[in-house]
Design a protein around this ligand. Structure first.
Ligand SMILES: C[S@@+](CC[C@H](N)C(=O)[O-])C[C@H]1O[C@@H](n2cnc3c(N)ncnc32)[C@H](O)[C@@H]1O
Length: 263
């Protein structure tokens, strides 16, 4: 059984904050079309701190919070000691032998895949339709602008557009990207400890992207070189369309659709 999808997530402030964050929280709410709510202590909420924004299940403090931190130990380790251009995602987008590619990540989420590609030199435009997820992602990008390791490249290489990708892909007003990258939410079969806390909160917030199949055709029309779709291993092809290349990993598969003669 799927959890109900949450549409009305308020922005609030932490109880007993040392400084008054009301105005900041109200500004965040207004920017993303959300409502500000004072004194809320149950359900999912975006919590405005001085230093960052986080998504939290207020009545389940043990579940932990979700925030975007591109300077986290895990992402820093992956950036410095991951496979570089040999990483599966880099091979899938065709980065081998190139300094950079222009990638449009049309299902940005919390921007981890985009971050990996941007850290390898790609210029990544990102589209995210959920205002809650977009708020978290933009907060992470803004904080990266004051991190000594990230500020020289991250804000230049990662740009977020808040909107619906099926519309934006059709009317993309900027230069066509070399690659369109798609990673829509897939319904998880098992609900167990292996489904990470972040994924559980995300499933509760967004539910599966039931309209994901609609992304493939406009992506194929827009991309100059290829469309790459990340799927869980064993999942059916997006829109039932077989790719030219399937790159199988342990948990995921990258389906690569090559575009012929469009430059
Ligand atoms: C599985 S997450 C992506 C995770 C991401 N690749 C990462 O590394 O963090 C899928 C995201 O795509 C967004 N999404 C799905 N369909 C979309 C659409 N048509 N337009 C814009 N965003 C969409 C969802 O709101 C969700 O945040």
């Amino acid at each position: 059984m799927l959890e109900p999808v949450m549409h009305n997530i308020p922005v609030t402030v932490p109880p007993n904050a040392a400084v008054d964050l009301t105005i900041l929280a109200q500004q965040t709410a207004a920017k993303w079309g959300l409502t500000y709510r004072e004194n809320t202590d149950s359900g999912l909420a975006l919590v405005q701190h001085v230093s960052h924004l986080e998504l939290r299940q207020l009545d389940e403090p043990k579940v932990g919070a979700v925030k975007v931190d591109f300077a986290s130990d895990a992402l820093t380790f992956r950036r410095l000691h991951g496979g570089g251009k040999k990483e599966a995602i880099a091979r899938a987008i065709g980065l081998k032998g190139k300094d950079s590619l222009h990638v449009l990540d049309a299902t940005a989420g919390l921007g981890r895949d985009a971050f990996v590609l941007a850290s390898l030199g790609c210029v990544v435009d990102m589209i995210e339709r959920s205002p809650v997820v977009a708020a978290l992602l933009q907060d992470g990008i803004d904080r990266a602008a004051s991190d000594s390791e990230l500020r020289s490249w991250l804000p230049t290489n990662m740009q977020l557009f808040h909107g619906v990708a099926t519309d934006l892909l059709v009317n993309w007003p900027y230069e066509k990207p070399d690659v369109v990258y798609l990673d829509p939410m897939f319904p998880h079969r098992k609900k167990n400890a292996a489904v990470k806390k972040e994924m559980r909160i995300f499933q509760q917030l967004l539910g599966p992207d039931e309209d994901a199949d609609l992304l493939l055709e406009p992506a194929l029309k827009l991309a100059k070189n290829r469309v790459v779709v990340k799927r869980p291993s064993g999942a059916p092809f997006l829109a039932g369309k077989k790719p030219q290349i399937e790159m199988l990993g342990k948990a995921n598969r990258f389906d690569v659709y090559l575009i012929q003669n469009r430059n």
